[in-house]
Design a protein around this ligand. Sequence first.
Ligand code: G1P
Length: 289
Amino acid sequence: MVNKIKKAIFPIAGLGTRFLPATKTLPKEMLTVLDRPVLEWAVIEASKSGIEEMIFVTSSKKNSIFEYFDRSLELESILKKKKKNKELKIIQNQNKLGNFTYVVQDEPKGLGHAVWCAKRFINQNENFVVILPDDIILSKVPVISQMIEIHKKTNGGSILALQSVPKKEVYKYGVIDPEKKINDFYSIKNLVEKPKPTKAPSNLTVVGRYILNYKVFTQLEKQKKGYGNEIQLTDSLISLTTNPGLFGYEFSGERFDCGNKLGFIEANVKFGLNDKSITDDLKGILRNI
Ligand code: G1P
């Protein structure tokens, strides 16, 4: 029996330079895919997977995120008065997504550093989730739920979401060196952050979903710099290969990298096609392009 995973860390302090000028005042996590900010899609996935505590590692420049996930009694009362019950339900359901905690990462020292900033909210020996909201995923079963199943099968192992990509694309991601395939998951013996295609140990790349063992903090504590002179999360994961182990799982679902323009537009089109109220009209528009 493994303990229930209740907490997710969302590293969201990044500047979002690839979306300038929009991100001059708007946090990139607040850019909307369909009718919700990118970040909310990730929070919904966590919530549907049983996560109760959403820990945002953010910067003091991103107050709109705090406002967005806070309850707005004023808006609720206006919607009530106007009898806009559908809209009222939408924002009331938002309040049920979980409890929100905010931690400030005051220096952009890398993803590993961002995760380490949330250490004090995780108990000793507690497993937790890390979600990078740039990656949003359309799937029947939320990806974190799929990964929790593998976590149980491996008796509490740390789990990485994987996607295979063409070899020439591996330089954008963390890449695993698989030891062997056991049923539908891999045991991992090593990882490399953003390798050159000729140096990559495989074409299985890490997507922004992790279930991690508390042990990872011991490694992160050392604040060792890696690729790009940043403290990389990938470099610390090797410390998790000892019992109960580190595993990778090729999830079912479609992943969109909203950290770049093309992925963001693709996500909007696919989430639009997934919304019954506009599917047919959107198909019509796309056919006429
Ligand atoms: C981060 C991680 C990388 C992972 C990727 C997934 O990179 O460092 O290992 O494959 O997210 O999106 P970033 O996209 O922040 O450069």
